[in-house]
Ligand binder design. Structure first.
Ligand code: CP
Length: 320
């Protein structure tokens, strides 16, 4: 593997999950792979889980790790070509990227959608510039349109907890005070569509996601109907994708919050969320603290998904 930005880069999902289970049994089995190799993790946006789990995964593989917070302590970066740089941005990303590449063997990038210009966001301009100009294998730590390390961890978590071969997985929009990107729901949809699970998406009208991600999923505007018989409930907020409403908050309707009464419609479903989560907006205290909540094991599996991905990138380097 020489990059990881979507489900298409991971290949056979059953094989990837099997590899994850193997790594989980012994996360230090491959320390020789990363010896004298350096991972650089570049953050344009804040993180708790991605920062720590990816760093831990790289260390499990014997790597050295450098972390750069672009907006804290580094020069502010201009990301567009042709701009007269007479403002507060001291360095252009087109110099910064190859410089970063010269100090490391692989690069992880977190760069969220700006939610102002849909075309720019959906062209994935920042991570694609890293792929083009760093000269290194690049992996996404959440880009503008996808969060594949999260989706891979979600898949591992579902595979660990499912009790039927083809569980019903429901991704539900839930309210949030702020405008959030579509990366997590896009990516989760893309990964669920690559399985043979029954996959349903529920959201208020106006929150339709890009069909390139939702694919053949059933879209159900009635949340209660969608939740009937669910085995896994994956809650997430996202801002509008469609047309002129791109990036806007259209609703903060708390009747969409996942509570115990909604969970009672399911087949004793597990509750999932990628975290961080706004309690009593997205999900009630009672549900997130219940024994059916998987939010902590799901976050713990971020270390495993990252380790599989970094291991494969290192194997790709060794095969060059
Ligand atoms: N789920 C996730 O990516 O968490 P962070 O934003 O804290 O990294």
């Amino acid at each position: 593997m020489n990059k990881f930005t979507s489900v298409n880069d991971i290949g056979d999902l059953k094989r990837a999950v099997a590899e994850a289970f193997e790594i989980k049994k012994n996360r230090f089995a491959h320390t020789a792979l990363g010896k004298n190799r350096t991972a650089m993790l570049v953050f344009f946006n804040s993180s708790l889980r991605t920062r720590l789990s990816t760093q831990k995964a790289a260390m499990n593989l014997g790597m050295n790790v450098m972390v750069l917070d672009v907006n804290q302590g580094a020069w502010k970066l201009e990301t567009e070509r042709g701009v007269v740089m007479d403002g507060d941005k001291a360095e252009h990303i087109l110099e910064a990227i190859p410089v970063m590449g010269s100090y490391c063997d692989i690069i992880g990038v977190r760069a969220f959608a700006g939610l102002k210009d849909r075309q720019a966001d959906y062209e994935e301009r920042i991570i694609n510039q890293f792929i083009e100009y760093s000269g290194r294998p690049v992996f996404s730590m959440e880009a503008a349109t996808r969060h594949p390390l999260q989706s891979f961890a979600d898949l591992i978590t579902i595979e660990e907890h499912k009790t039927k071969p083809r569980p019903k997985v429901v991704m539900s929009w839930a309210p949030h005070p702020n405008a959030l990107p579509q990366a997590v729901p896009n990516s989760f949809a893309e990964w669920m569509n690559a399985t043979d699970y029954e996959f349903v998406i529920t959201h208020p009208e106006g929150y339709e996601l890009d069909p390139q991600f939702t694919g053949h999923a059933r879209i159900e505007y009635d949340q209660r109907k969608a939740l009937e018989g669910a085995d896994f409930v994956y809650a997430k907020n996202w801002s509008a994708y469609a047309g002129d409403n791109y990036g806007k908050v259209l609703s903060r309707d708390r009747s969409w919050t996942i509570d115990a009464e909604k969970m009672s419609l399911t087949d004793n479903a597990f509750f999932m969320h990628c975290l961080p989560v706004r309690r009593n907006m997205i999900v009630t205290d009672e549900v997130i603290e219940s024994e059916r909540s998987l939010v902590i094991p799901e976050a713990a599996n971020r270390e495993i998904s990252a380790e599989v991905v970094i291991k494969r990138l290192l194997e790709g380097l060794n095969n060059e």
